[in-house]
Design a protein around this ligand. Sequence first.
Ligand SMILES: C[C@H](N)C(=O)N[C@@H](CCCCN)C(=O)O
Length: 525
Amino acid sequence: MKEKIQKKLSDSKAARWTALFIVSFTMMCGYFLTDVMSPLENLLTTKGKVVYFTDDTSMPADTLVAKVRLFSAANMLSEPDLTVEKLGAGAKMQYQEQVNGQQVTVEKTISSVARGEGWSSTEYGFFSGAYGLINVFLLMLFFGGVILDKMGIRFTGTMSSGLMLVGALIKWYALSTDFGDAQLFGMNMQVALASVGFAIFGMGAEITGITVSKVIVKWFAGKELALAMGLQVAMARIGTALALAVSLPVARMMGNVSYPVLFGAIVLCTGFVSYLVYCMMDRKEDASAEAVRMESGQEKEEGFKMSDLKQIFCSRGFWLINLLCLMFYAGVFPFLKFATKLMIYKYDVPESFAGLIPALLPFGTILLTPVFGSLYDRIGRGATLMIIGSFMLTAVHVLFALPVMNYWWFAVVVMIVLGIAFSLVPSAMWPSVPKIIPMKQLGSAYAIIFYIQNIGLTTVPWLIGWVIEHFATLRNEAGVITGYDYTAPMVIFAIFGVCAIVIAMLLRAEDAKKHYGLEEANMKK
Ligand SMILES: C[C@H](N)C(=O)N[C@@H](CCCCN)C(=O)O
């Protein structure tokens, strides 16, 4: 009689792609919440109610009221009801506006009114960078990696996806509450509390990120690893794209910035449940792997020891990946936090469409990341892909910095190029890590990479928020903000791109010396 040969659950195509889909869904929910506030920058940094018109322009309610009053008095018209509460959808307003140097009378219909929170650009930058605060300053991401290697995928992922949810709820509470002039940590209470929530969320999101990376390597090593990682990133980008596209319309419809966050928290609940479902599959995979090991009489793999960290720290290739990750991502994720406002003020895009242009970036990557991942699986050239992606990143930021070509279509084209760069580098960089670091130290390795990357994700928004407030904000003689000049922030982003190019080249040289196999295909024939 033929003996039944034991197989691991991950040897089944259906099982491993299902596992991938489930964990990627959890991650996608996390990415939605990460960027749900990015299109709200303009609303958050405007004080008081903001009125949106049906022609897709907007104006602070106070400014509108003053203009309508002036116009009604000058023309002896009876004034419409201008109590801010009455400035609702459908109300028609008449006032005078300067068009091409001439005063013309305009009639506009209000489409919606939303509450602006009156944050400064520096406060918005601080809040955006708070994502990595606990990860970086309390070293939680580093410890998260050690917890992952010591306690395993099920415990760590459940804990971290739960943390994402807790953080999201705190952020929602902060944004939905009016704290008046209250202060916390010497800051506006709302900014501080929303930042605490975002920091807890960020800790959960990043630890979930390294856990999911380890899950993918566990199920796909020696198989379609880069494609699987590419697909996970592609699903994550769907989360980002949806956040950028729907957040402002939801806030406008509901009249408050807190609603998109509430929606994100509900989405995160489903992500948490889906991770619990994955835990059941993970248990089965471990049982089947143990049966295979017993049958083949293999030794049990040694567990993770703290001394293994030394091996990671001594690898030059590993440090180059770290630095590349820091520089490349510093030029992308923080940029997304400010991109919607850039579209409004530099490219004159109406506010309600402005989030759609940055949303093109993740949309493009949804298709391209798995394509480039599959290319890397089959023909290799990982280090070269990273160099090309870094060149494209730099070119994009230089083009955004130029004071010319301020057309919306130009912004669209440049954003598409950024989308290609943002597919090339991640699809080659993440699957390259297991070529440099062995599986049992992979949790810690990804954690260290994410840790260093988080230093950029935290401090770059702070820097850019501050630079915008002090060097990019244009004011009239009365001190009223009249616009923004984005040259200085975009030059900073371009510098990150140049650093990424240099590091990617050094990585390719190191690969040639140490034979990591970054230029070789991942799939074993
Ligand atoms: C923000 C997060 N730390 C990150 O770097 N995410 C990457 C994907 C990482 C996938 C690793 N297997 C991204 O490009 O979104």
